[in-house]
Design a binder for this molecule. Sequence first.
Ligand SMILES: [Fe+2]
Length: 269
Amino acid sequence: MKADTNRLSRRTLLKWGLGYVGLLSGGHISSSSLAEMLNGPTPRQSLGPFFPDEGDPIDAIRENPAPGIPISQANDQDLTFVKGRQGKAKGQVIYLRGKVLSAKTGQAIPRTVIIMWSASASGRYNHKEDDGMLSFPHPTTGEIIHRTYDGYFQYWGRAVTNEHGDYWFKTIVPGFYPIDLESGLYRPSHLHFQLLPPAQPKLVTQLYFRGDQIPNNALNQELLPKDVVILDAGLTPKEQERVIVDYAPDTSGEMSDGLVGHYDFVIPG
Ligand SMILES: [Fe+2]
């Protein structure tokens, strides 16, 4: 147990790479064609401190053992189990599907590598530095939440868009988690993404959740407008809406074990 378990380590805070430290110290944070038809490009947001680089994970899950592949790209697009392990990830199953489009041309972008990573259903990352505030009271109900490592959750995955620019992921809804209990700061449930289109700069962003069946839906909606990443990215209310995905039960019958959300990433020009 670390000495200061009520907030992330300073090193981790710095790794957020944003004005978060400024927020804690009372600093001011600004909240200030075809792409428009598509509701504008997907806003950029920070990478966060828990991207799975080599040596960072607690459990270095690598479904693809081929050498030379970064660990962040060594797993497939179904995060609800780990190949070779007899169990399922805890949490509400979801499917996220859509396209990757170019804001410049409006065209779909085939062969875009999408890396997605997130916390477990209880809000714990598979990352050595996610080691503080492992138990905390739910801000609404007071119930003690234990942020635990889930050995059956794949934690990060990789999808590649097909010739129509389509992608899909299957995963679980990650838990919201505290970033500073003294200040009452929590991050709403979110998925992290890094998109690597073949001929355009990469896009780093995060997507959020909404839906009657999303765990802690009301709390998540409350947390969104005061989220440090959203504030630091300076997202307008419209841009904020642009990164919230609505999830609902499947009506096609193909994905009856989960909720389904649709999101088209639009790579800024
Ligand atoms: Fe995160």
